[in-house]
Design a protein around this ligand. Structure first.
Ligand code: GTP
Ligand code: MG
Length: 412
């Protein structure tokens, strides 16, 4: 069972969830009787939001009905699986697609087919009838296609009926919508009809180099501050992750930068020579619904010209020091200065706390002249007997998680 966890790792009991970091933290899931619109611009896909919400809920025991009119159940399920979201018995599909293509679709206990998807009345009655079967959540994929297929006013009136059914059945609904440039009046009507709107957009500069979501409205969290743009990545497998494109990891020679990056990520690469990093380290971290790219600097002074370059566009910093080497602390502060990352959130990691002579946190804070607002986390090797003087070592996950959680909290 997949449990939703906040950044600090505590499980929260809210159903249904989005299963998406940041959204669940801010909106506390999707309460009963509520309707959420996921509104995407044409340049970005919104289907993965649907997959992820479905996945999260069918795994926590919520019965989910998905209305499909832009793809076949088979390819929908295959695509979900590619994101590592396999279906289970809690997922039910209403297929309004196969009838358009003329491809025969086999009905099963979990897939019902709308024979003539061109027939408004059949579509409507099949959906409304299905809604009375105790689903906790219904996903409409896609609402814009319904509007294209029939017309916008039909889609709106249909939505009103879905809303009534959702309210009387104590379920919740998610509508996936792509704004293909419909009349403003229609879109406004749609937006005013739903309880929450999440906008999904691309950052476009000739090519799309990033995607973000933002909460435009939400009527169940009092005075919801509209959630500012949150950068995300849709990762296969894994789904929607809130994304931090660049976090810098710096600190003196041998402090444990490479060890930290390798321990925090599954796919780290280092450009090392005789155990020391000579160009950079890179690793992608997946942590509690977040994805971050870590960039590690070398520690030796001869590489200092690289520090500024590596610091560019970073949004947060891990400064790593060796707890047994206070003589290196001035160097640590100097490196931080050379990365020119002033004002960014910093978490200090006091590594090698397992070694004899390691200073206590308080002493380290004092010697580094750390502001009390800056978090300091101790980390240790997982297995002291396995520490190789020429290789990064694996650090205990406890410290790693604490450090990631502390920095990510400051970044969101
Ligand atoms: N005992 C102990 N050894 C550690 C710990 N972390 C790292 N080491 C060892 O310390 C040495 C340096 O670690 P690295 O992770 O390569 O350090 P670095 O900061 O990347 O070093 P440079 O790239 O040369 O600047 C390696 O031999 C590691 O195995 C720790 O927490 N405890
Ligand atoms: Mg290194």
């Amino acid at each position: 069972m997949v449990e939703y966890k906040g950044l600090d790792g505590t499980e929260e009991d809210i159903d249904p969830y989005f299963g998406i970091a940041k959204l669940d933290e801010q909106l506390k899931g999707i309460p009963e009787k509520k309707m959420v619109l996921i509104s995407a611009s044409p340049s970005v896909g919104n289907e993965v939001f649907g997959y992820q919400i479905i996945h999260k809920n069918i795994n926590s025991g919520v019965k989910v009905l998905v209305f499909l009119n832009r793809t076949s159940p088979q390819s929908y399920l295959t695509d979900m699986k590619d994101y590592d979201f396999p279906a289970n018995d809690n997922l039910f599909i209403l297929d309004a697609y196969s009838g358009i293509t003329g491809i025969k679709s086999n009905e099963t206990d979990h897939i019902k087919v709308i024979d003539n998807p061109y027939d408004k009345e059949e579509v409507k009655s099949k959906v409304l009838e299905a809604l009375n079967h105790g689903y906790g959540l219904i996903v409409i994929d896609s609402f814009s296609l319904l509007a294209d297929f029939f017309d916008f006013s039909f889609a709106i009136s249909f939505m009103d009926e879905i809303k009534k059914a959702v309210i009387s059945n104590n379920s919740a609904a998610v509508l996936l919508f792509t704004d293909w440039g419909y009349e403003k009046e229609n879109v406004d009507k749609l937006l005013s009809n739903v309880n929450s709107t999440i906008e999904v957009k691309g950052i476009e500069k000739r090519v799309i180099f990033g995607q973000y979501f933002a909460v435009l409205k939400c009527d169940w969290i009092e005075g919801t501050p509209a959630l500012a743009s949150v950068l995300f990545k849709a990762i296969k497998p894994g789904g929607i992750k809130v994304y931090f494109p660049k976090i810098l990891v710096t600190g003196p020679t041998d402090a444990g930068k490479s060890s930290f990056i390798h321990s925090a990520s599954k796919d780290a690469v280092s450009v090392d020579k005789l155990g020391g990093t000579i160009a950079l380290d890179h690793g992608s971290v997946d942590f509690r619904g977040y994805r971050a790219d870590l960039f590690g600097t070398p520690g030796q002074e001869r590489f200092d010209p690289l520090l500024k370059m590596l610091g560019e566009e970073a949004i947060g910093v891990f400064l790593i020091v060796d707890s047994t080497k206070p003589e290196q602390f001035p160097r640590a502060v100097e490196m931080l200065r050379k990365t020119e990352t002033y004002g960014l959130p910093v978490v200090v990691i006091a590594n090698k706390a397992d070694l004899k002579g390691a200073l206590k946190s308080d002493e380290i804070r004092e010697k580094l002249h750390l502001d009390s607002a800056i978090t300091l986390i101790s980390t240790v090797a997982e297995d002291l007997s396995k520490v190789d003087p020429n290789e990064p070592t694996k650090l205990k996950s406890e410290g790693i998680n604490e450090a990631l959680s502390a920095l990510f909290k400051q970044l969101t």
